[in-house]
Write a protein that binds this ligand. Structure first.
Ligand code: NAI
Length: 337
């Protein structure tokens, strides 16, 4: 059985999970190298998981000729240059979103990725690999709800994680590019159409600290797509009940809803608060299967020499909408794409 030997850069909140998935949960994948600028993260991964190579310098990892592919899960500010370096060194690349945190970076790296089309490149829009979203997409494509007219997306991080989000804000690209981007991509995917006009509003309702990085703690956007469908989005950092991810698609013959109540599982707790359905606590829990499935798909694409289902173009398009949202927020004007 051929395996894809991978090196991962970034061993933080999400990188650690991706690393574990590569090392232990995906057939045909092998975690040969880990890299982080934090020595303790690298030491811990190497010791606990028995990883052959460990680096604190990314360029040194790229010199390891035993590797086939690089997985990028570092801070968003690093993605653009790390993608370019990995492709130029001859590796297949999976990168966490976003492609970059400025429009120039995203345009630039999209061209570089297209230039290296002999290598596989996949972007981490993992919601497309979540079993419920896949199920809904099939129903939509089969015409079960007719023509989609409206899509509504909520993505609200738990307030319990807000300190981390504030610390991350400087390198995140802001609420629209960091958080809402998943829903912007989902809307393109579900509607098979591109955004046409964008209007966005938002503020720092609870945490002015985000303002120090030109960011907001909660924001919304309304977008019209080229096919006439309308979409409304809400993203935030202050959900009190848990990690709230919800999507609704209203079609001419029916409606699909995913995650109306972001339930943790099938258990109802009856207590002094009534009949309680507990909620997911964060992205690692809610999208556990999606992270695994996207990695498996990337490995399969490399092994079978197939085109990856989510590429630079998707990153570029979602980013363009995210920027339009940011621009609309600042100018309080409708933005035409
Ligand atoms: P984090 O801040 O917890 O971890 C960042 C990691 O990158 C750390 O290990 C740090 O040492 C490493 N790093 C940073 N610069 C580096 C460099 N130049 N060389 C080597 N290592 C470097 O960040 P987190 O939350 O794990 O996010 C990582 C990325 O994943 C971000 O781009 C974020 O947007 C994305 N993300 C995606 C999610 C999704 O659901 N698809 C959810 C959460 C994050």
């Amino acid at each position: 059985m051929r395996t894809i030997k991978m090196g991962i850069v970034g061993l933080g909140r999400l990188g650690k999970r991706h690393a574990e998935n590569i090392a232990f949960r995906v057939p045909n994948a092998e975690l040969l190298a880990v890299c982080s600028i934090k020595q303790d993260e690298v030491d811990e991964a190497q010791k606990n998981w028995g990883i052959k190579y460990a680096y604190t310098n990314y360029k040194e990892m790229l010199e390891n000729e035993e590797l086939d592919a690089i997985f990028i899960a570092s801070s968003s500010t690093e993605h653009c240059k790390q993608i370019e370096l990995a492709l130029e060194a001859g590796y297949h690349v999976f990168s966490e979103k976003p492609l970059g945190i400025t429009k120039e970076e995203v345009d630039y790296i999209t061209n570089i990725i297209e230039k290296h089309n002999d290598k596989k490149f996949m972007l981490g829009f993992m919601r497309r690999f979540d079993p419920s979203y896949l199920y809904a997409k099939k129903k939509l494509d089969d015409g079960d709800i007719g023509k989609p007219m409206y899509i509504r997306c909520y993505s609200i991080d738990p307030v319990s994680a807000v300190e981390g989000a504030i610390a991350f804000a400087e390198k995140s690209g802001g609420l629209y590019l960091d958080m809402m981007i998943h829903d912007l991509d989902l809307a393109r995917w579900f509607l098979n159409s591109e955004a046409k006009t964008v209007f966005a509003v938002g503020d720092n309702y609870l945490y002015p600290e985000f303002g120090e990085h030109d960011d907001i703690d909660n924001g919304a956007a309304m977008i019209q797509f080229e096919n006439g469908a309308v979409a409304s989005f809400f993203a935030g950092r202050t959900s009190v009940h848990g990690y709230h991810i919800e999507t609704e698609i209203i079609g001419t013959k029916g409606t699909l809803r995913i995650g109306t109540i972001p339930e943790k599982n099938l258990v109802t707790v009856f207590n002094e608060n009534g009949a309680v359905r507990e909620c997911h606590e964060g992205f690692l829990e809610r999208f556990e299967n999606a992270y695994l499935n996207e990695l498996q798909e990337f490995v399969n694409c490399v092994l079978e020499d197939r085109k990856t289902p989510v590429g630079a173009f998707d990153g570029l398009k979602a980013t363009e909408i995210g920027y339009a949202c940011k621009q609309s927020l600042i100018t309080n004007q409708l933005v035409m794409l």
